[in-house]
Ligand binder design. Structure first.
Ligand SMILES: [Ca+2]
Length: 227
C-alpha cells in the first residue's frame, strides 16, 4: 500500500519534488524537520499530508501524517504537530490550495491535529482539523477558524485571532497580548471565553466580546487585529 501510494504521488511528479516522504508507524507526534519554514497540512489521495517548504511552496519535504489503509484520512489517533525553536509557519487548510505543485484539500477528520509552536515567533493557523493551537514561547500570531478550538498564547506578546467561535476558548497567558474575536468577514463579532492569565502585565488588549474577561484585559482595543 505504501509503495503504491508513493508511486501515485510520484506520478504527478514533473511538477514537484517529494523528498523525505514517509509514513507514520503509530499515531502521535510529528516534529517539523526544517527551521524557518512553512508547513501546510491538507488532504491528498484520501490521507493527511504535511508539506514543509523554505521557498513558499516551490519544493517541499513531505510527511504522511495518516496511515495508509486507515479511515479518517488515515488518522488512527490525535496528532500533535511540533514546530522548531525557530520561527515556524503552520497552516492547516480550510480550503483547497496548491502547495509545492500539489493540490491539497481541506482536512476535517474526526481526530484532532494540534499545533505546538515551541520557541521562536510563530504563525500558527488551525483549520477544521485542529482543536488546539499552542504558541508556547515567542511572540506568536495564532489563529483558529473553527468551533471548539482552544488557543493558548503561552509566554511573550501574542496576537490571537478567533474567527469561528462556537465553544472556542482563548487563554492568552503571559505577555502583553492582543486577542481578536471576529466573524468570517474579519470584523469584530461574537463572544468566546477568553482568559488572559497574565494579570501582572499592563497592556493586554482584546477586540470583540468575551466572557470571563475580568482578569488581565486592560483595554478593549482592536489595533492588534488590523480593524
Ligand atoms: Ca517555533
Amino acid at each position: 500500500m505504501l509503495k503504491s501510494k508513493l508511486q501515485a504521488f510520484v506520478l504527478l511528479g514533473a511538477l514537484y519534488m517529494v523528498s523525505g516522504a514517509s509514513t507514520a508507524a503509530a499515531a502521535g507526534n510529528y516534529s517539523i524537520p526544517i527551521a524557518n519554514a512553512v508547513t501546510v497540512i491538507g488532504e491528498f489521495g484520501g490521507y493527511a499530508w504535511a508539506g514543509t517548504s523554505t521557498d513558499f511552496g516551490g519544493t517541499c519535504t513531505w510527511f504522511m501524517i495518516g496511515t495508509p489503509g486507515q479511515g479518517d484520512y488515515g488518522l488512527t489517533d490525535n496528532w500533535n504537530i511540533n514546530g522548531t525553536n525557530s520561527s515556524d509557519w503552520v497552516e492547516i487548510l480550510m480550503s483547497s490550495g496548491s502547495w509545492c505543485g500539489v493540490t491539497l484539500n481541506l482536512i476535517a477528520p474526526y481526530h484532532t491535529i494540534n499545533i505546538f509552536g515551541q520557541g521562536g515567533d510563530d504563525i500558527l493557523r488551525g483549520g477544521w482539523a485542529s482543536s488546539a493551537v499552542n504558541g508556547m514561547s515567542g511572540n506568536d500570531n495564532l489563529h483558529c477558524r473553527r468551533s471548539n478550538c482552544v488557543i493558548d498564547g503561552g509566554s511573550s506578546n501574542d496576537t490571537i485571532t478567533m474567527t469561528t467561535h462556537s465553544s472556542a476558548r482563548i487563554f492568552a497567558s503571559t505577555g502583553d497580548d492582543g486577542a481578536c474575536i471576529t466573524n468570517a468577514a474579519g470584523t469584530a463579532s461574537g463572544t468566546v471565553f477568553i482568559l488572559d492569565g497574565g494579570g501582572q502585565t499592563t497592556s493586554d488588549r482584546r477586540c470583540g466580546s468575551g466572557t470571563n474577561t475580568t482578569t488581565g484585559w486592560e483595554s478593549n482595543n482592536c489595533a492588534p487585529c488590523g480593524f
